[in-house]
Ligand binder design. Structure first.
Ligand code: SAM
Length: 432
């Protein structure tokens, strides 16, 4: 077996990145929906091409690697790319919607097996008689869905449950979930739940079956493409909180490619809120080790406030930022500290499950709080040192059109302006 010198591999990775043309990582105009990546929208998705290139950069120097891990897999972008690169993939996420979507996106069904249920699903659903007593009972149902929409969604839901073979169901549920989102009374361009305004609502009569049909057709194409790669390497999906990966043995993975949350769910991206309507309709069983879906946002990183501002986190970058924020708003500083306290616990866990010589590729957003930019890339790098991680390289990619919180806010430097999250930081660490 080949023996790789870690320093030589680090050097080669840096050289390869240095040779890429300016703007390479922006991937402006790239098709981010290819393969199965277009199945379903999800907040703060990673650009598939970024994951693909990161994996290739490591594989070029370390062709011996076999395993990829994403502890915050979201919609499964890095897992799909890991599979395409021939790696055995493991992912985890607190959000049940994430696990459903990733299951659907990382499974390559024989395209022929999908044909028959797709052909029968509509006739079956249309023939179903549904009355108001069959409607689900979750809160604010009629606030978020028109009566005709509810009836059609119930028809589809029952049909998938009864007509679609169980092994094909993730494909159908993923399409159903995307349909729920499109036909709801929520503004689809937003990740937080906002209702359409009264004028738009008055004329809002979405075609549930038509939408489901379009989504199925689109996703069938993605599946057919992934199926060209059958058989795929193994996939393992978990519901672990990234703060407790104790069920995974130490030294399990060669490579991690991940994008963690930007901050706590309350003040940044509310994954629970984004997923709520889908989850209410999907009625997924709670994973034995999972978090109830109405508690998702509190269980995520930074979900529990800290009492004070004392901390022993060995990150000068964080300490400096916290002091600045605390001078203006102690509550916000506590929110920020809660997030990084939790992140630090995950860093220890992730380091433990990485093999010696393995690489961690991080894609993070450095958000701004009270005009102070939180340099999450530097903070993770500093915090990870005591868990045996050394920095390899770091660079920035500009985001051509990512859907995420954007706000103009002046920096602390006179005359300067920054746009919150107009770029993201990519950096690579190596486990010694
Ligand atoms: C930025 S998203 C990942 C997006 C993903 N890279 C993609 O392309 O779709 C971060 C994810 O972290 C998850 N998350 C937040 N806190 C978590 C925790 N403590 N344990 C596990 N997952 C968590 C959220 O549910 C969310 O799916």
């Amino acid at each position: 077996m080949a023996v790789f010198s870690p320093a030589a591999v680090d050097h080669a990775i840096c050289q390869a990145i240095a040779q890429l043309p300016a703007g390479y990582w922006d991937f402006a105009g790239a098709d981010t929906k290819e393969w199965t990546h277009g199945y379903h929208t999800y907040p703060a998705m990673m650009i598939p091409q970024v994951a693909r290139r990161l994996i290739a950069l490591i594989q070029d120097q370390r062709p011996d690697i076999t395993t990829l891990f994403d502890p915050f897999m979201g919609s499964g972008t890095s897992l799909v790319e890991g599979l395409l690169a021939g790696l055995t993939v493991t992912g985890s996420d607190l959000n049940p919607l994430s696990r459903l979507l990733t299951r659907a996106k990382t499974t390559a069904w024989d395209p022929g097996t999908l044909q028959a249920p797709i052909a029968t699903v509509f006739a079956h659903a249309e023939a179903l008689r549904v009355s108001e007593s069959d409607w689900p009972t979750f809160a604010n149902l009629t606030f978020w869905f028109k009566p005709a929409v509810i009836t059609d969604l119930v028809r589809l839901q029952r049909t998938i449950e009864t007509v679609v073979p169980e092994d094909l169901q993730p494909f159908f549920w993923a399409a159903f979930s995307d349909t729920v989102r499109w036909v709801s009374n929520s503004r689809n361009a937003e990740f937080k739940l906002y209702r359409l305004d009264a004028a738009r609502l008055a004329t809002w009569n979405p075609d549930v079956f038509g939408t489901f049909g379009k989504v199925l057709t689109r996703n069938q194409k993605g599946n057919a493409r992934l199926a060209t790669r059958r058989p795929l390497p193994p996939v393992a999906l978990h519901a672990y909180n990234a703060m407790d990966l104790s069920a995974l043995p130490a030294s399990s993975f060669d490579l991690m490619v991940t994008s963690p949350p930007y901050g706590d769910s309350r003040t940044t991206v509310a994954y629970g809120q984004f997923s709520r309507l889908s989850l209410q309709w999907l009625n997924l069983p709670d994973a034995p080790d999972g978090t109830p879906s109405n508690k998702l946002d509190q269980a995520m990183l930074g979900g529990q406030a800290t009492k004070g501002l004392d901390h022993a986190l060995p990150s000068p970058t964080l300490t400096k930022a916290l002091n600045r924020i605390a001078n203006q708003d102690a509550d916000r500083a506590r929110d920020v500290l809660a997030f990084y306290n939790d992140l630090d616990v995950t860093l220890k866990e992730i380091a433990r499950v990485m093999r010696s010589g393995g690489y961690q590729c991080w894609v993070v957003g450095n958000r701004t709080v009270k005009k102070t930019q939180l340099m999450t890339d530097a903070i993770i790098t500093e915090l990870s040192a005591r868990y045996g991680l050394v920095p390899v390289t770091a660079f920035t990619r500009t985001i051509p059109n990512k859907r995420m919180p954007k706000e103009n806010s002046p920096t602390n430097e006179a005359g300067q302006k920054v746009t919150t999250m107009n770029g993201e930081q990519i950096f690579i660490l190596r486990k010694v």
